[in-house]
Ligand binder design. Structure first.
Ligand code: ADP
Length: 626
């Protein structure tokens, strides 16, 4: 029979697995059991509404068996099974994002110790097996099939009779080598140990025939007890889902393991939230706030939602309605007996019970984040650097509907110090006479703090918020005020700061100078004014009409066709020696004065981080005056 080839990236993953020198090869069992459990979840869900399945909740199970002599391990489930197409799609290519991510990381680091952090999936079987056989029948299909592979040279699929839906995975365990003892996996006790270690919370029984010696009946307690060997089917796992166990009985490691296995995550959660609610809807939830942004978080592949269980039966993998957009990074499960089991997914979407749960969960998450901010600042800061953007989107979206509930979760860098600040802290530090909350936007803290128009605010000793993310200014615009204090961009005309007494008065010829510059620059600027805020710099460019330069850059990247432009207002420091020098030239040497005006304009563009229209002309211009 012709061998089919693995898709190339799957082949690479397979190679990694086959040649793995990884010490925790034992995780193959966890992966195969977890696949079996997922397959059962699917059929179990169908059985709720389809009598033809002919199985009830308690009939679903996973059988584990081992044949030491022939070096074989079998994992059997009565789940949904696969047909030929599924086999090609699922076992011929990297199916899960977990394994894909793993492959990518491996290619970067070649550090095999990271295997345990990923849901590496089916291919991990090849860490211990020289050949793998998958005998399976899909629910509803006429016939079954067998998939066989000895690794990288490909796989075969052929038809095979099989009575019931489900899958049997057979592993032909590798012979021992000088350094590797694969035979340990052929010991019942070792497998049973592994199930307890990694798969205890699997909600279906994992059953294995355990052989052990036992004291013969009637001889126990006697002087010479007699022993016999018995084989009994034993359920190896406790089957209590982790979210049903009291928090005090569960270790952080167990929660983390669950988080990694279930959600393909590999970070340590920033916060583990458990909640048990009795009321209109009674439910338990176990939620995780990640500490790292998942690699696909800002792509369409990332699915928002919580897993929804009804009395231990998984009814939805990603129930989106349970989470608001602004908390889409949260992972977890919700289990409630109040959701009727035969509910269809469409009905579920409009279920008001679901809304009730979603509302209480949103409050819970918000409170947990607030308390993290108060009690564990460092963790919060690192959380915010990962997901702050999402919170800001939350404020801006839906016409600012969520701004009041989210505003206290915000953090910004500011001139107050290295660490980010909350708005409440900023307002607390404001001197009595300070009218506004000042902010400035730019690419980095360093570039903003050097903006000429920031100087007057900073010189006055007022704190300045640094808007370094493109979404920041939109966020502050949406908020408009915090604690009745208005936000004010340093670009605004009137910063509400009185000039110091000692400041020089504007020269008398100001109006003529401004008109001259305006005429010289023409359409390039919308206005030329005498600055009230420049201190030591000669010029700056400020934006008028609500669109700032940072927004202009943002729109230029996002919707270039819209041609969204900030209105450019050139501010001149009339008392600056170089501006005075230009004023002197006007009327005496207008050509030279025009050159000054052009140079001022280009300098202002550079400082604002905007491209100058023609760099070589500008260079020539500067040289012509040198
Ligand atoms: P993952 O389980 O992370 O998606 P795997 O590589 O472990 O990735 O499995 C790939 C796919 O193969 C699964 O998503 C599933 O569709 C299918 N599969 C694996 N094992 C089984 C099984 N025992 N029964 C039914 N389908 C299975």
């Amino acid at each position: 029979m012709a061998k089919k080839q693995f898709k190339s990236e799957s082949k690479r993953l397979l190679d990694l697995m086959i040649n793995s020198i990884y010490t925790h090869k034992e995780i193959f069992l966890r992966e195969l059991i977890s696949n079996a459990s997922d397959a059962i979840d699917k059929l179990c869900f169908i059985s709720l509404t389809d009598d033809k399945v002919g199985l009830s909740r308690s009939d679903f199970k996973i059988n584990l068996s081992v044949d030491k002599e022939n070096r074989i391990i079998r994992i059997e489930d009565n789940g949904i099974g696969m047909d030929k197409d599924d086999l090609d799609k699922n076992l011929g290519t990297i199916a899960s994002s977990g394994s894909y991510r793993f492959k990518q990381e491996m290619e970067k680091t070649d550090d095999v110790d990271i295997i345990g952090q990923f849901g590496v999936g089916f291919y991990s079987a090849f860490m211990v097996a020289e050949k793998v056989e998958v005998y399976t029948k899909k629910y509803g299909a006429e016939t079954g099939c067998i998939w066989t592979s000895s690794g990288a040279d490909g796989y075969t699929v052929k038809d095979a009779e099989k009575e019931n839906a489900g899958t049997v995975v057979t592993l032909y365990i590798k012979p021992d080598t000088e350094t590797e003892n694969y035979s340990e996996f052929l010991e019942q006790y070792r497998l049973s140990e592994l199930v307890k270690k990694y798969s205890d919370y699997i909600r279906y029984p994992i059953i294995m025939d355990m052989t052990r010696s036992k004291v013969k009946e009637g001889t126990e307690g006697s002087e010479k007890p007699e022993y016999e060997t018995v084989t009994e089917a034993e359920t190896l796992n406790s089957m209590v889902p982790i979210w049903q166990r009291p928090k005090k009985d569960v270790t952080d490691e167990e929660y983390e393991k669950f988080y990694h296995d279930k959600f393909m995550a590999f970070d340590k959660p920033a916060k583990i939230i458990t909640t048990s609610v009795e009321g209109v809807v009674t439910y338990k939830a176990l939620l995780f706030i990640p500490s790292k942004t998942p690699f696909d978080y800002y792509t369409k592949d990332y699915k928002k939602g919580l897993q929804l269980y009804s009395s231990g039966v998984l009814i939805m993998e990603n129930c989106e309605e349970l989470l608001p957009e602004h908390f889409r990074f949260v992972k977890g499960v919700v289990d409630s007996q109040d959701f009727s089991l035969n509910i269809s997914r469409e009905v579920l979407q409009h279920d008001h019970q679901l809304k009730t749960v979603a509302n209480t969960l949103e409050k819970k998450i918000k409170n947990e984040l607030s308390s993290m901010l108060k009690k564990d600042r460092e963790t919060y800061e690192s959380f915010f650097s990962e997901f702050g953007r999402q919170i800001k989107y939350g404020i801006v979206s839906d016409y600012g509907m969520h701004k009041d509930s989210l505003k206290d979760l915000l953090m910004f860098y500011s001139s107050n110090g290295e660490k980010p600040t909350t708005l409440a802290e900023y307002v607390d530090r404001m001197p009595q006479e300070q009218k506004y909350i000042y902010f400035a936007a730019g690419e980095s803290v360093a570039s903003i703090s050097k903006l000429p128009q920031a100087e007057v605010v900073l010189n006055k000793g007022y704190e300045l918020l640094y808007c370094t993310q493109d979404i920041d200014e939109f966020t502050l615009q949406t908020l408009a005020t915090y604690n009745d204090k208005e936000f004010k961009s340093v670009d605004s005309d009137d910063l509400g700061i009185e000039p110091d007494e000692k400041d020089e008065k504007e020269p008398e010829n100001s109006a003529d100078v401004l008109k001259f510059v305006r005429d010289t620059l023409g359409d390039k600027v919308s206005e030329v004014i005498a600055s009230k805020k420049l201190v030591s710099h000669p010029v700056c460019l400020t934006a008028k009409g609500g669109i700032s330069f940072e927004m202009e850059k943002y729109f230029a990247a996002m919707q270039p066709e819209a041609g969204m432009k900030a209105q450019r207002c050139l501010e001149l420091n009339m008392n600056h020696p170089s501006v005075k020098a230009m004023a002197e030239l006007i009327g005496n040497d207008d050509e030279k004065a025009k050159k000054y005006a052009e140079i001022f304009y280009n300098q202002a563009l550079l400082i604002a981080g905007l491209p100058i229209e023609n760099p070589s002309d500008y260079a020539d211009l500067v040289c012509s005056l040198m």
